[in-house]
Design a protein around this ligand. Sequence first.
Ligand code: KIV
Length: 274
Amino acid sequence: MSATAKKRSLMPDDIRAAKGGTPLVSLTAYTTPMAQMMDAHCDFVLVGDSVGMVLHGLPSTLGVTMDMMIMHGKAVARGLNTALMVIDMPFGSYEEGPSQAFRNAARLMAETGAGAVKLEGGAQMAETIAFLVARGIPVMAHIGLTPQSINTLGGYKVQGRGAAREAMLADAAAVTDAGAFALVLEKVPASLADDITAQIAIPTIGIGASAGCDGQILVVDDMLGLFTAFKAKFVKRYAHLGTDGAAAIEAYAAEVRARAFPAQEHVFADEAPK
Ligand code: KIV
C-alpha cells in the first residue's frame, strides 16, 4: 500500500486486504508530533503499551493503565489523518473475559478515536476476539513474545522454538478464525513466521520475526535511538537521537556556564515589532 495512494483514513479492512501485497509499514507512536511525522509513511500507527517503558520509565508494560493509554491515544489521534490508529489494551483490561474486554475496548475507542484495538494472546483469547469483533470492535492479535506475559514466559526470549512451534501455528489459526484483521508476530523464528504468513488469511506484522511477513512494526523510540536502556538484536537504529540529544544538552549546559549563551536582549530586539 503506497503512501501516495492514500486518500482517506485507512480502515482495518484496508489492512486486511493488504495480505500478500506491498508490505505494510507501521510504527508505534505516543505523542502528536511523532504521529504527524509518521502519518504519511505508515499504513497503521500503534499506540503501544510500550509507552510505559519508553516514555514513563517503567520496568515492563505491566504497570500501564487505561488512563495512560487514553491520554496517549488522544495525543496520537490529533496527529493522524490517513494512517489507521490501533491502540493496545493494557495488562489487566481484557484477560478476565469477553465482557471486561468489551467494556474497556469500547472505552479506548470512544475516548481516543482509535479504529481498532490490539490484545496479546492466541487460542486462549479467541473467544474474546470473536466477542469484540461481533460487537463492532476490530481486533489486531499479537502472539510470540507477548510482553504482558513476561513473568510466565521467563524473559524477552525468542518464542515458538521446538515443541512450541505447533502451538504457535494453532494460535495463529485460532485468532484468524476468531476474526482478527491482522496478527503481530513478535520475536519468532523466521521459518515459523514464514509458515504462519503462508497459512493464515490475514496479514502478519513482524517485529523481530521475518522479512517475509506481510508488514513490519518497530517501537519508534527504538528505531530513532531514543530508547537506549537496552536494544533488541533485531532493532535497526535509523537515527541516534538519544546520543545526539545528550550531546546537545551537554553543549547547552557548557555554553550557559561559560556565559557563551546568545545574548537575550539581541534576540528580543530582533523580534520587536517594527
Ligand atoms: O506495545 C508495543 O509497542 C507493541 C509492539 C512491540 C508491537 O506491542
